[in-house]
Design a protein around this ligand. Structure first.
Ligand code: SF4
Length: 82
């Protein structure tokens, strides 16, 4: 996972990317985490890694766990190697 060297979240509190629950505070935390991801040069690699590895928690590559489940269902076997 060499892409992690370039991650925009390296200096961030890791807990930012793992909101608990699904109410307003968690949604605001998710939005803050996504904002970091949107400025990240390795967002596609991070997202694809999380999808491929079935990460069930947290924001990875700007996606939530629910979004990654959807991606897996639609694109399983069609992601590029990485
Ligand atoms: S896309 Fe988001 S979670 Fe992934 S490395 Fe970049 S900042 Fe971190």
């Amino acid at each position: 996972m060499g892409w992690r060297e370039s991650a925009a979240c390296r200096g961030e509190d890791p807990e930012l990317f793992f909101p608990i629950g699904d109410g307003g505070p968690a949604e605001r935390q998710t939005a803050r985490a996504r904002a970091v991801c949107l400025g990240c040069p390795v967002m596609p690699q991070c997202r694809d890694w999380a999808v491929r590895n079935g990460e069930t928690e947290g924001v990875w590559g700007g996606t939530t766990a629910a979004e990654r489940r959807l991606i897996r269902r639609r694109f399983v076997g069609r992601l590029p190697d990485g």
